[in-house]
Design a protein around this ligand. Structure first.
Ligand SMILES: Nc1nc2c(ncn2[C@@H]2O[C@H](COP(=O)(O)OP(=O)(O)O)[C@@H](O)[C@H]2O)c(=O)[nH]1
Ligand SMILES: [Mg+2]
Length: 245
């Protein structure tokens, strides 16, 4: 299978180059989508063998993923991995996520931050748990770490981005719901939650982004007539963890 890797980046000059130096040795078509960075992010990687897209102005993480996924598909990728640019995802996990994608070619692989969860700020952990619960409801199968940006989408799921207008951090929730509606399930690969000291503050706005995600998910549940059958289906089900390669 041929995989592409899409990295959305907003002002990541401090981390992106060293991240890419570890990745460009791998057999992956790497696509960086720069979202109107003003810190020289793109210039800092100009000599590296990666494809780049640039938005003149910030459009949001979802908008960046949209364009990256579309380019990956146009290059003929069978699956598309996504990964953050700020060093919170480790290149050391890439092989495990790809192995899970090969094992489960019809599922979305979620790199879920289950290792060292206690390092995640408590407020973010609570917000994630609430998001996981509502998204599991909307999708009709159990989910964990639905806000994780480290994933592998099979081609069929990546193509659903076209049906997902969300342009911010809500995109990653929307595509899970869209995929579930098409019968595409998920499988989890546990990864470490990395919160190094000195990390730049998150772009995730705790109130505005949580509201956006809640509105989106609640809207889908309401439009689906409350989806009580989904709640029923969730009873006794557990998240499926991919077996190690
Ligand atoms: N393209 C784009 N990327 C973004 C935006 N906000 C965040 N990102 C990227 O999305 C990833 C996750 O963002 P981050 O602020 O670290 O959020 P967190 O890790 O979920 O707290 C990083 O690679 C960022 O560069 C945005 O507005 N546009
Ligand atoms: Mg981050």
């Amino acid at each position: 299978m041929k995989f592409a890797l899409v990295i959305p980046a907003l002002n990541e000059v401090a981390t992106l180059r060293s991240l890419l130096l570890e990745i460009t040795t791998m057999d992956l078509e790497v696509i960086v989508v720069d979202d109107g960075s003003t810190d020289g992010t793109l210039e800092s990687i100009a000599d590296l063998p990666v494809r780049t897209l640039r938005h003149a102005q910030r459009q949001g993480k979802g908008a960046a993923l949209h364009d990256g996924l579309a380019l990956a598909l146009s290059l003929g990728a069978d699956g598309v991995m996504t990964m953050d640019a700020d060093g919170q995802h480790s290149p050391g996990d890439i092989a495990r996520l790809l192995a899970a994608a090969r094992q489960h070619p019809d599922r979305i692989v979620i790199g879920a931050r289950l290792i060292g969860r206690e390092h995640q700020p408590a407020s973010r952990r609570r917000a994630n748990a609430v998001a996981d619960w509502f998204l599991s409801w909307a999708c009709g199968h159990p989910l964990v770490d639905t806000q994780s940006g480290h994933r592998v989408y099979p081609r069929r799921a990546a193509a659903l981005a076209r049906a997902c207008p969300a342009s911010g951090f809500d995109f990653e929730a929307e595509i899970l719901i869209e995929a579930a509606a098409q019968g595409i399930n998920t499988v989890v690969v546990p990864i470490e939650a990395r919160y190094a000291p000195g990390l730049r503050p998150s772009h995730f706005a705790p109130v505005a982004d949580v509201l956006r995600i809640t509105r989106l998910v609640a809207g889908r549940i309401l439009r689906g007539g409350l989806m009580l059958d989904h709640l029923w289906r969730l009873r006794g089900q557990h998240v499926e963890i991919a077996s190690p390669p």
